[in-house]
Design a protein around this ligand. Structure first.
Ligand code: RFL
Ligand code: PHB
Length: 394
């Protein structure tokens, strides 16, 4: 077996890379440890930046997103019992976001690959990456039937998320890792209820952060800051509603409609970057190389930006034989990565209660929120980061 690009992981990064390469006539094989059903059912992100939406549309996989996704032109910051709207599109030259769930993007991409006879091998095990610093790296694995298989390729794309094998396959002395773990997590629920609001609400409250997001007019996605050691059993439905109501309370008539909670889970909060994002013929993309806390809604969008860049660099190599862009992949990708790292850390710091927080810190957070919602300059900074900086600034 032989292919041009071996792709590890069928998350948004791996699947979109395979699709973008196919559009440029480059062959790939995608290896995925989980089943198709599992990857299509895993709940994660919900917010797509303007650049992500444009790329999905331009590459022919945006049709269902355009029909079923929900474009939002603003976002709400809520504190002191009042909502403050940031007019995203007005402040960012007409850019906006699309609320469309990550697993729907995954379903669209899997379908697009399989319709074009793309190779995705689901249910593989024990993937190992060999000879990465030679001209002909190899990928060895057990297929879904348990047989040992191996193929050679020109390049390997490590798109296997934070817990994958790709990053640890880079020699540890050649990589530098930057980490921050936050002293809180998010408790997320899915609820059958009508939307309480037309736009996402990021709420800061003395009892902690809360986020009101949505999946469809009938299904709402809600999150609450919680202790990282919490488990779903710590949050009976009544406690979830009590906390949400108190963290979103105000005197402006806002009301969150309750409904049947049909899914619960805890999301850890971490910032992480590895440098460089490449070694020999291995290129990391998406969560394999970096993690952001979900407050800025950047993780999936960064994965998309990485593979866009990588697909262009690989296309240049196959068209001209020149590897200049591939050699600069990490340097260029990391500029956007660190911008998103800063924005996500900043949003997280502004909107959460820290357990060791002093009254002084609390006042600083409130002042920051007032400034961001009251000053056009400060609101513009939030808006242009939230909708995503244009790719041509990379
Ligand atoms: P993924 O999605 O983790 O996919 C990696 C895939 O690789 C497979 N894998 C392997 N395959 C082969 N061999 C191995 N050894 C393997 N090891 C692992 C895995 O099974 C998996 O299928 O990484 P990718 O593609 O880089 O995509 C990253 C995004 O999934 C992630 O950044 C976002 O979900 C983050 N995120 C958000 N991002 C946004 O842009 N907007 C949001 O609104 C947003 N909200 C969120 C989020 C993440 C969340 N969680 C649960 C962490 C909200 C939440 C709650
Ligand atoms: C979501 O809808 O899951 C979501 C929205 C915004 C975020 C994070 C998650 O910042």
């Amino acid at each position: 077996m032989r292919t041009q690009v071996g792709i590890i992981g069928a998350g948004p990064a791996g699947l979109l890379l395979a699709h973008l390469l196919h559009l440029r006539g480059i062959e790939s094989i995608v290896l995925e440890t989980r089943s198709r059903e599992e990857i299509e059912a895993t709940l994660r992100a919900g917010v797509l930046e303007q650049g992500t939406v444009d790329l999905l549309e331009e590459s022919g996989v945006g049709e269902r997103m355009r029909r079923e996704g929900m474009p939002h032109e603003g976002v709400i910051l809520r504190f002191g019992g009042r909502s403050h709207r940031i007019h995203l599109s007005e402040l960012s030259g007409g850019r906006s976001i699309m609320v469309y769930a990550q697993h729907e993007v995954i379903r669209d991409l899997v379908k697009a690959r399989l319709e074009r006879n793309g190779q995705i091998l689901f249910g593989v095990k024990d993937v190992s990456l060999l000879d990465l610093d030679t001209q002909l790296p190899k990928i060895r694995f057990h297929d879904a039937q348990g047989a040992t298989r191996e193929f050679a390729c020109d390049y390997v794309a490590g798109c296997d998320g934070f817990h994958g094998v790709s990053r640890p396959s880079m020699p540890s002395r050649l990589r530098k890792e930057f980490v921050r773990v936050y002293p809180f997590a998010w408790f997320g629920v899915l609820v059958e209820a009508p939307a309480a609001t037309e736009e996402l609400i990021y709420a800061y409250h003395e009892r902690g952060f809360a986020l009101v997001s949505t999946r469809s007019p009938q299904i709402q996605r809600l999150y609450l800051q919680c202790d990282p050691s919490n488990e779903p059993g710590d949050w009976p439905d009544a406690r979830v509603w009590e906390e949400l109501h108190s963290r979103l309370a105000g005197d402006d008539g806002f009301h969150l409609t309750e409904g049947r909670i049909f899914q619960k889970g805890v999301v850890a909060m971490r910032s992480f970057v590895v440098e460089p994002m490449q070694h020999g013929r291995l290129f990391l993309a998406g969560d394999a190389a970096h993690i952001v806390p979900p407050t800025g809604a950047k993780g999936l969008n960064l994965a998309v930006a990485d593979v866009r860049l990588l697909a262009q660099a690989l296309a240049e190599y196959y068209a001209t034989g020149r590897a200049d862009s591939l050699e600069r992949y990490s340097e260029i990708a990391l500029r956007r990565v660190w911008r998103a790292e800063h924005f996500s850390w900043w949003m997280t710091s502004m909107l959460h209660r820290f357990h060791d927080e002093s009254p002084f810190h609390h006042r600083l957070q409130l002042s920051q929120l007032q400034y961001v919602t009251g000053s056009r300059a400060a609101a513009t900074m939030l808006a242009e980061n939230y909708v995503g900086l244009p790719f041509d600034k990379d």
